[in-house]
Design a binder for this molecule. Structure first.
Ligand SMILES: *Cc1c(COP(=O)(O)O)cnc(C)c1O
Length: 425
């Protein structure tokens, strides 16, 4: 096998190895890493019996065999294709925190642990979270030898279910309830990265810009296409409908297609945070982002999608012909949740419902694989409002409610965070 590619930054930064890109997170001038070239998928990848078995053929050419094996170990949960009408849903939410962020976070955790071991380093992952990401990151990194985690979340700004996940006691994880907003949390994190006194801690980030989170997400597109073609015939063309926020999910799908996943198209489904849809329809200029607005599908409330920079760097203006788009408001999201439940007995989370509504605007689900990004029980209030029923909590979610909790309160002051991080070390 030839050597894996090197990784260049989107802002012209010099190429580095995969592991350097992984441990750095962001490139030095603020760019995002991308492979310098994309290897072709090896013949026969369709025969893999699970998502995990796809890691070796699809990822070893991109990141080396050892790293691909780490991803294979991380993805130890099912990603079933569930038929719905004449289309299907690809359920990405059967990981420990029942949202698709588990795919990226678990892969990243095991990739980092391996890379740190080989280079005999340690790291402290510092994350500001408004909900889903923090829970997935905490769970994924818990108990690893070489990485600890500090999570910052707004004390009054997350849902009850989310707080239970964030504060469940875990080895090597500290949760800080910040007396402020999510923006305060982000400001504290940014400040900590720039603080020379904290250099010795080996601070790193685990947010969605890390290439180690992005590349493993390609695997479920390959898996979903192979499963759908078992149902619909080997020549079936497939439209992936992707509920989108930061566009990491969509970017992974487009990368899979560049590597040779043929016969597939993509639709970006957005809530009112519709910058990307407006870019695609030439109503907004590149990088002329909006402020975010709150919606019922809150994990997609992103005004300035960070992965747009990757997409633009890869495809430029070609994006406009390459990706369909739809924008769905809260009323249509709730109405779609209710109809899908009435017609198919399927309970969708609000993000998945945005995808379903986007797909169905074209009239039919035929040929569509809608990515189901979270378990409905993660959003009990919205499900109750849209459908009028309680979403039954899966066992993993119920376990978080019972688990012992540990949380530290923190003033929204750089000095307070610094003291907390330095003392316990
Ligand atoms: C993060 C998230 C999304 C959006 O994914 P991006 O990769 O940011 O576009 C959609 N649904 C849920 C439930 C999420 O947590």
């Amino acid at each position: 096998m030839s050597e894996p590619p090197r990784y260049r930054g989107t802002r012209g930064e010099a190429p580095v190895s995969f592991e350097r890109a992984l441990l750095a997170g962001q490139a030095p001038a603020g760019g995002l890493y991308l492979p310098e070239h994309l290897p072709r998928l090896p013949a026969g990848w369709q025969a893999a019996g699970s998502v995990s078995e796809l890691a070796e053929p699809a990822l070893a050419p991109l990141m080396g065999k050892e790293n691909a094996e780490a991803v294979a170990r991380a993805l130890n949960f099912e990603i079933p294709l569930v038929p719905l009408g004449s289309g299907a849903l690809l359920e990405l939410f059967h990981g420990p925190t029942v949202a698709f962020k588990d795919v990226g976070a678990r892969s990243l955790a095991r990739l980092m642990e391996g890379a740190l071991k080989r280079t005999e380093q340690r790291a402290l992952v510092l994350v500001a979270t408004s909900g889903d990401t923090g829970g997935a990151v905490a769970d994924a990194f818990a108990g690893l030898e070489r990485v600890e985690v500090a999570l910052l979340y707004p004390a009054d700004g997350v849902s009850g279910v989310q707080e239970e996940q964030l504060t469940a006691e875990r080895a090597g994880v500290r949760a800080f309830a910040v007396e402020g907003t999510f923006d305060d949390c982000q400001r504290l994190v940014k400040g900590a990265f720039l603080d020379p006194d904290l250099r010795t801690l080996g601070l790193t980030s685990a947010n969605s810009i890390n290439i180690g989170r992005l590349l493993p997400q390609m695997l479920y597109y390959l898996w979903g296409a192979a499963q759908a073609r078992k149902e619909w015939g080997s020549g079936a063309s497939i439209r992936f409908v992707v509920p989108s926020g930061n566009l990491g999910n969509l970017t992974a799908g487009l990368l899979a297609r560049e590597m040779g996943l043929d016969g597939v198209t993509f639709m970006a489904a957005h809530n009112r945070n519709d910058y990307f849809a407006r870019y695609l329809s030439s109503e907004a200029r590149e990088f002329d982002f909006d402020a975010s607005v709150p919606t019922l599908s809150n994990a997609m409330d992103v005004g300035a999608p960070s992965n747009f920079e990757r997409l633009y760097s890869l495809f430029g203006e070609r994006l406009k012909g390459a990706v369909e788009h739809a924008v769905v408001d809260d009323a249509s999201t709730l109405a779609r949740m209710r109809r899908v439940y009435e017609e198919h007995g399927y309970l969708a989370c609000p993000h998945t419902a945005v995808g379903l509504e986007a797909a169905l605007r074209a009239g039919t689900l035929r040929g569509s694989v809608v990515l189901a990004t979270a378990h409905p029980a993660k959003f009990p209030e919205v499900v109750k409002r849209g459908v009028g029923v309680e979403a039954p909590a899966p066992p993993t979610l119920a376990a978080f409610a019972e688990a012992p909790k540990r949380v530290e309160r923190l003033a929204a002051e750089p000095a307070a965070l610094k003291e907390a991080l330095l003392i316990a070390h």
